[in-house]
Ligand binder design. Structure first.
Ligand SMILES: NC(=O)c1ccc[n+]([C@@H]2O[C@H](COP(=O)([O-])OP(=O)(O)OC[C@H]3O[C@@H](n4cnc5c(N)ncnc54)[C@H](OP(=O)(O)O)[C@@H]3O)[C@@H](O)[C@H]2O)c1
Length: 234
């Protein structure tokens, strides 16, 4: 796919929310090949159908927390070089701190942090000249406003941000470049679960367009950065 210099991009969590919008935006970039990953096969089929007129979107229904996730993703990518990897998938736990169980914490960190480790390790061979964009949260950004009920979620996103900086240092001489976008609110199902009744001024399409552009161009000027991306609080 890279041989003709067309960008090859992977977007995780592309079945819904602004991950879907990011994948659609990337598919509209001339020659761009997009591999869209999430668990819901029907949602991915809908994405592929909508993108068909614009460009090429390949889909992979995969739970990135599964034991064989790395191998399955690696097999799907094959020998292709990857220009950008957008680690957008994520899960929310909105629960009072005192009631959070070890199992819930384990599940959340597996989804939001450990699975990102798995994906990067699996794809490292094809990523050397590429850009890894992790999708963090303003909740996990240093000194940001914190909210009750979101302690474990915010802590998982803070871990992801720190991991992103560490990877940028570790890969400094080999690539890829790694940056973390700490997003403020975007009008999605996850936001409505985190902040019931709150309406975000930012649409999935707006955020998807920004992330798509950042994924393709941001590593020319940023590496190892944890960047706040928000126009509202939350
Ligand atoms: N919305 C906001 O205001 C906001 C703010 C800051 C940060 N974020 C972060 O931005 C990202 C996208 O958020 P969103 O609001 O668009 O959320 P969303 O609507 O809930 O979408 C999350 C996506 O992740 C996928 N996913 C979840 N667990 C997965 C797993 N184990 N394996 C593969 N795919 C998985 C989901 O699809 P399936 O269920 O089909 O797998 C879905 O496509 C998340 O990382 C979120 O934490 C969101």
């Amino acid at each position: 796919m890279k041989s003709d210099a067309a960008p090859c991009v992977i977007v995780t969590g592309a079945g819904q929310g602004f991950g879907r919008a990011t994948a659609l935006e990337l598919a509209s970039v001339r020659g761009c090949s997009v591999l869209a990953v999430s668990r819901n096969a029907n949602a991915l089929a809908s994405l592929a159908a909508e993108a068909a007129a614009q460009g090429r979107v390949e889909v992979l229904a995969l739970d990135l927390t599964a034991a064989n996730a790395g191998e399955r993703l690696k097999a799907a990518v094959g020998a292709r070089n990857i220009d950008a990897l957008v680690l957008n998938h994520g899960q929310l736990l909105n629960k009072p701190f005192a009631q959070i169980t070890r199992a819930e914490l384990q599940e959340l960190f597996t989804a939001n942090v450990f699975s990102c480790v798995t994906v990067v390790q699996a794809l490292l061979g094809g990523l050397s000249s590429g850009h890894v964009v992790t999708i963090g949260s303003m909740g996990g950004f240093q000194d940001s406003t914190k909210y009750p009920g979101l302690s474990s979620y915010s802590a998982s996103k803070a871990a992801l941000a720190c991991l992103s900086q560490c990877l940028a240092t570790e890969f400094a001489s080999t690539g890829p470049k790694v940056n973390c976008l700490c997003l403020g609110s975007v009008d999605t199902a996850m936001l409505r679960a985190a902040f019931p009744g709150y309406a975000s001024p930012t649409t999935p399409a707006t955020m998807g367009a920004f992330i798509a552009r950042f994924a393709l161009e941001g590593h020319r000027v940023f590496n190892g950065q944890v960047l706040p991306v928000a126009v509202s609080n939350p």
